[in-house]
Design a protein around this ligand. Sequence first.
Ligand code: NAD
Ligand code: TYD
Length: 354
Amino acid sequence: MTILITGGAGFIGANFVLDWLAQSSELLINLDKLTYAGNLETLSSLQDDARHVFAQGDIADTELVASLLVKHQPRAVINFAAESHVDRSIHSPEDFIQTNIVGTFRLLEAVRHHWSALPDQGKADFRFLHVSTDEVYGSLSAGEPAFTETHAYEPNSPYSASKAASDHLVRAYHHTYGLPVLTTNCSNNYGPYHFPEKLIPLMIVNALAGKPLPVYGDGMQVRDWLYVKDHCSAIRRVLEAGTLGQTYNVGGWNEKPNLEIVHTVCALLDELRPKADGRRYATQITSVKDRPGHDRRYAIDASKIERELGWKPAETFESGIRKTVQWYLDHPEWVAHVQSGAYREWVQTQYAAA
Ligand code: NAD
Ligand code: TYD
């Protein structure tokens, strides 16, 4: 048995690969373009593991995807590959349209052609699981109920609009062609191997380097946070037992304002790696100009996946964030390596005017 995943050198994809191979003897084909966000060093423990086959390439390369499908005959495709950073989508949306919309479309086309030629049993057993985000639902005001799967799509950034378009294409391939699809819409993830352009790893890395901790606007924007390994277990569960054509919201029931997240990270660092000068890391917090069109609040109602598939997160925010901060303290070499090249240039562009 074999599965094919895309984007498996990124943050969530790589955590998924590591968890999957820790529990399964199935062959895993990992197709990743290795953009700035793809980092094979995360998967270095699998270098000599024959169950992990890496292919560098683009999900929009139909011929490449078709050849991987023919060669490896996977029972499932899980699509993690995407441009994923909202701020980058504001500066240069083109890549988001190309990968998240055109790329998903081409991937769906290649999978559809392959799937439609399978024998009946292979067709019935096949799955295409699309990994998406809660950001497609738009922004909530303070008192509004959390997003359910029937909430209207109201994406506000080029990132969320491109993910929304990809979700619609996945849905359409089920309704039009009968492709056996599943979609997950997950809240903000955090955990090991998270690229330090996103809030939590950026704060940890900057704090340790004695740099400012840039909080956008008033810092009272709310996100729902889920430990990445819980997201991976939800995807495994949906793949195993999800109803075809359905979408599942995945979240941690952990709504928190950004400023509280940053203070929590600082307090953990004060405890685990006190500053030599005796000062508190929170003194490095700096308010910077807000993100344009910044969504005020995301909140996920994850009761459907719990009720129908029995999935619940294993980590609380307190346990997950402690593990995460400890992981970054234990892996300075991983951080140092991703901070070279493209990443450094990006950080300069983003924060130069702040
Ligand atoms: P990431 O940016 O860390 O990784 C994306 C990976 O995709 C990288 O390895 C990159 O090289 C690869 N990639 C990009 N374009 C590609 C292309 N055209 N062809 C092949 N590979 C390509 O992203 P992530 O945080 O791991 O997110 C993974 C998925 O989960 C995305 O679809 C994202 O929208 C979704 N998601 C992320 C979060 C989150 O909090 N990070 C939350 C919910 C959903
Ligand atoms: P981010 O990690 O980029 O995820 P998303 O925008 O997909 O939710 O940002 C999480 C929140 O943190 C978001 O409200 C923006 C905010 N933020 C900051 O305040 N400062 C920063 O330097 C970054 C990267 C994000």
